[in-house]
Design a protein around this ligand. Structure first.
Ligand code: GLA
Length: 741
């Protein structure tokens, strides 16, 4: 069992072949962090690592010690992992070790998404119970280590067994004290249509955080941070990744202290949180996942990808190849008729598309974004035979049918608002702020969630629908719930997300055959919490292929390519005005779940035949494109080129994307990954690019795995330059049997 407890040293060692995580009960009774990183032999004790001062005595300055779940008010002046207010107003706690249990398997968290183990042998769990006598508060720290992965899932449960109500003001999912600060922090930053831009910064003394206070995880930052050693890169070096399975207000913070140590914390953002714990009540934090890599960032990403693809996503779509779709949004926006949609669908079918998705504008009287959210019945002006009639016609063509919804929202101009103005979030007596001309519904209220469940279930049940795109086009303002007591308003944001998860849970259970795609104005709520319900998400409204290189590379730090939709759209691109070749757009979109977002009735015969060819190529390799191990071979911040590799048992596919042409550049050596050094590989070029014969001949043919990984593909800069800006190529690498000389 990879969790060992030593009675004598009171040390817990969670370990497998790739990771060790050691904590221990200190002589004071509080729990200390001992070690987290590369695997250490489980037979030894490492207690000596836990204290900054030797001799088993805690340094008089508690800020030197490394605590596992630090409390407030007794001398550790760094950021505490939790904050509690007792009935007398005091805020000091001293939780000490109470008991523990170790068992095979992994528990779930009530009301919240979490990783799971399909079999008990896959994971072991430690439940460590702490107790603060004066308040009667128990804190249970959960740790699950996966047998084959350098990953630990953590969360905390607070249980009030005291005599008085308590108020939780902060409750982190994970706190980790690292002994040094020789790390650089990676996070992503962005905005609408510019999500997932990688930011790297040094760790400096003081608090550095990414967070959201918007009610959704946000376009701006994403609930993860990565710490990497300064020299570490995609292919080598140590890194630790921390990701939160949560879709609401989060914080991921690193505090550098005056002793050059670092404290990492991840959890619900305490700026917008408090929770009243009545006598006997409990509160569970979301789950945080910690991953260690000693082999660079690509390896770190693969561990997250494996977990999120295989042990977070659920249902029949978890492992299934995802359909190639056509979404009508950029093709028509709100301006369509049934006839127009059928014309689009019929061409899409000819081209090889498998799923037709009807986006916004099909309900109420929605000719623009100023009305009708909440009125989830078909607009018969546009769709005379309703959703059912349209869906039947589309499915009769041999296509699947998908539909867009935005269930958490309400327009001021809607029947729903006329009937239930109080369902929109707002503070009585104050104006509500509109965003995109809409309000958000109070998802913390059970009756509202029940109502939406019924209405959306009715639509889905009324027609042959096999896909739902669930959007959320505004964040929360004026947070307040009419259903919460004045001293419980601090619970609003978390209860909103619990309501969203509840609705998702009920809809995915009721309609297990449906593929859900999450969306929030693109990537405004693209996070692991959503992936538990919707195995793919619309990562950005930006469909420009050049921008997508950066967005998809940033997302790939933590998220697998099966989790993002990636669409080919028309040029000039609607977000950037940029024109790129159809082949370039397709080659970028291949690395993800391929879709099209254009009006196929406007395509030329040549474009149609190109698209048909692209779709056919993608379909035969989609297992590798969607589920293969993804490697970032060249950084997207290089102005010159980006390259990705996706590898499966069958083959490796390498996408090379040159950005701006520059004359007289030296040749590029593109070193591949994940091949067997001793094996022989047949290298070929997908016959779509404009490479000259000599480039083909120098890279194509039989090549050794060692050679491809060490020397790489040689991309002749001169002939690439001649292709102009934004030029892409796809190489196909297949292992061949060794030939006897
Ligand atoms: C959001 C989504 C888009 C589209 C529109 C419809 O912006 O991200 O893909 O669905 O809403 O209004």
């Amino acid at each position: 069992m990879p969790i060992k407890f030593d009675r004598e040293t009171k040390e817990f060692h969670l370990y497998n072949h790739a990771l060790s995580y050691i904590i221990k009960t200190l002589y004071t009774g509080s729990v200390g962090q001992v070690y987290c990183g590369a695997p250490l032999a489980p037979r030894r004790t490492y207690s000596f690592l836990s204290l900054a001062a030797s001799g088993g005595v805690l340094h008089p300055d508690k800020s030197v010690a490394r605590f596992e779940y630090p409390a407030f008010g007794t001398g550790d002046y760094r950021t505490p992992a939790f904050a509690l207010q007792l009935a007398d107003g005091s805020t000091v706690t001293e939780p000490v070790y109470h008991s523990h249990t170790i068992y095979a398997g992994k528990p779930t968290i009530p009301g919240l998404p979490s990783l799971y183990a399909e079999h008990n042998e896959e994971a072991d769990t430690l439940e460590l119970k702490l107790f603060d006598e004066l308040s009667g508060l128990y804190i249970i720290l959960y740790y699950t280590i996966f047998a084959d992965l350098p990953a630990i899932a953590r969360h905390s449960r607070f249980v009030n067994e005291g005599k008085e109500p308590l108020v939780l003001r902060k409750a982190m999912s994970l706190s980790l004290d690292l002994p040094d600060n020789n790390w650089r922090m990676l996070s992503v930053s962005g905005a609408w249509a510019r999500e997932f831009q990688i930011i790297e910064s040094p760790l400096i003394p003081g608090l550095h955080s990414v967070k959201s206070g918007k009610g959704n995880s946000g376009h701006q930052q994403n609930p993860f941070v990565i710490l990497k050693r300064p020299a570490a890169d995609d292919s080598s070096g140590q890194a630790l990744g921390f990701s939160l399975l949560y879709s609401g207000n989060f914080i991921a913070a690193v505090e550098g202290d005056c002793y050059s140590a670092s404290r990492v914390q991840l959890g619900v953002n305490d700026e917008t949180f408090s929770w009243k714990l009545e006598k006997g009540a409990s509160f569970d934090t979301p789950e945080a996942v910690l991953v260690y890599s000693g082999n660079g960032l690509n390896h770190l990403s693969h561990v997250f990808h494996t977990l999120y693809q295989r042990r977070l996503a659920r249902g029949i779509w978890r492992d299934r190849e995802r359909p190639v779709l056509l979404n009508n949004w950029e093709g028509t926006y709100f301006n369509f008729t049934e006839q127009k949609l059928l014309a689009m669908a019929s061409i899409a079918k000819e081209l090889g598309v498998e799923l037709f998705v009807l986006d916004d504008g099909w309900f109420g009287q929605r000719d623009n974004d100023a009305s009708s959210l909440g009125d989830w019945f078909a607009d018969t002006r546009k769709l005379p035979s309703g959703i059912a009639g349209l869906a039947e016609k589309i499915t009769a063509m041999g296509l699947q049918f998908g539909l867009w919804i935005e269930p958490e929202m309400i327009s001021k101009k809607s029947r729903l608002f006329e009937q239930h103005p109080d369902w929109a979030i707002g503070v009585p007596g104050r104006p509500r702020s509109e965003q995109r001309n809409q309000y958000a519904l109070d998802m913390s209220r059970r009756e509202i969630v029940d109502y939406i469940f019924t209405v959306i279930s009715d639509i889905i049940a009324s027609a042959p629908i096999s896909y739902i795109k669930w959007d959320m086009n505004r964040s929360i303002t004026e947070p307040f719930s009419l259903a919460l007591a004045p001293d419980c308003q601090g619970e609003f944001f978390h209860r909103y997300i619990l309501g969203v998860y509840d609705l998702y849970e009920r809809l995915t259970r009721a309609f297990p055959h449906i593929l859900f795609e999450s969306c929030a104005g693109g990537g405004g709520r693209f996070d692991p919490g959503m992936l538990a319900f919707a195995p793919q998400g619309w990562i950005s409204d930006n469909t420009d292929a050049v921008e997508r290189l950066r967005i998809q590379s940033g997302a790939s730090l933590v998220y697998p390519q099966s989790s993002w939709g990636s669409h080919v759209s028309a040029v000039p691109n609607h977000q950037t005005g940029r024109t790129t070749a159809l082949s370039f757009r397709a080659m970028v979109a291949f690395f993800g779940v391929l879709g099209f977002e254009l009006d196929p009735t406007t395509l030329s015969p040549q474009e149609k035949s190109q698209i048909a060819m692209y779709i056919e190529f993608y379909k035969t390799r989609r297992k590798t494109f969607q589920y293969g191990r993804l490697f970032r071979l060249a950084a997207p911040d290089s102005a010159l080129f980006t390259a990705w590799q996706a590898s499966s048992e069958e083959e490796s596919l390498v996408g090379f994307y040159k950005l701006l042409a520059q004359p007289n550049r030296p040749p590029i050596r593109l070193r591949l990954a994940d091949l067997e050094p001793d094996a022989l590989y047949a290298v070929s070029l997908w016959e779509q690019g404009g490479f000259e014969e000599k480039d083909k001949s120098c890279n194509c043919g039989l090549r050794g795995g060692d050679e491809l990984m060490q020397a790489g593909l040689l991309l002749d800069a001169t002939s690439i330059t001649k292709q102009g800006d934004f030029f892409g190529e796809i190489f196909i690498i297949k292992k061949v049997e060794e030939q006897t000389p």
